[in-house]
Unconditional design. Structure first.
Length: 235
């Protein structure tokens, strides 16, 4: 797994493999830092400005934080007892959402060094999620539910799904009303259909199916003026 630093200056590339370490390289390929983890990496992500790299591992509830400006690392306790399953930085501020194998959630505000552990956000492993530009957090779980929460972790809505979701995004879907902003949560359901949850019309989501000869639906990407690119397992 590898992920480029975000923000205005993309100087670093963070990579991880099967040796339980994260290596950080410059654009020129020079090793900048090697971080030894307490287990195999389960996810890594840069914050929106590219200042902070967050790392989770399979067998510990701690988050490893690496500061790209100060070249320092620290361990942050999520306050939860179970292992994390995914992590997501807010698009606007340094708030990190860490969801777990048992459906719990921790919100960590890096600037304030404050954490909010939330027990029972879901009943099973959280597998995907996304932040909106307005700091709304959507999470999808093996319990076939989507939760929509604010940046304090309060649940705003819970939505029943037909199957397990994956590859979740916030986007702007074009409508007759032309409501600006990220008004839609999109996700793949059961690796078969594309599910569009339009926030102004929560009672009438759109679900698009595809011919089986395409194979499993693996990824989707919004681009241009409301278009969606879809990637399938059979090429």
């Amino acid at each position: 797994t590898f992920v480029w630093q975000g923000g205005s200056t993309t100087n670093f590339l963070a990579t991880t493999g099967s040796d339980g370490t994260v290596a950080i390289f410059t654009r020129q390929g020079q090793l900048q830092e090697r971080i030894v983890l307490q287990g195999l990496c389960a996810g890594l992500a840069w914050d929106s400005d590219g200042d902070i790299l967050a790392i989770i591992t399979q067998n510990t509830s701690h988050i490893t934080i690496w500061d790209a400006n100060q070249r320092k690392k620290q361990l942050v306790d999520t306050g939860l007892r179970d292992a994390p399953s995914c992590l997501l930085w807010s698009k606007k501020v340094q708030i990190l959402a860490v969801a777990t194998m048992r459906g719990n959630l921790a919100l960590y505000n890096h600037q304030a060094s404050r954490r909010i552990p939330i027990i029972g956000k879901h009943t099973k492993r959280v597998v995907c999620g996304a932040w909106s530009a307005e700091n709304i957090l959507a999470l999808g779980s093996d319990d076939r539910m989507m939760s929509i929460s604010n940046d304090d972790g309060d649940t705003l809505r819970s939505v029943q799904l037909r199957d397990v979701p994956s590859d979740m995004h916030f986007a702007e879907m074009k409508t007759d009303e032309r409501v600006p902003g990220e008004n839609t949560i999109s996700m793949i359901i059961g690796k078969r259909t594309l599910y569009l949850y339009h926030l102004p019309e929560p009672e009438s989501p759109t679900e698009l199916g595809f011919q089986s000869r395409y194979g499993n639906l693996l990824q989707h990407l919004w681009f241009g003026d409301g278009y969606i690119l879809l990637g399938f397992s059979l090429g």
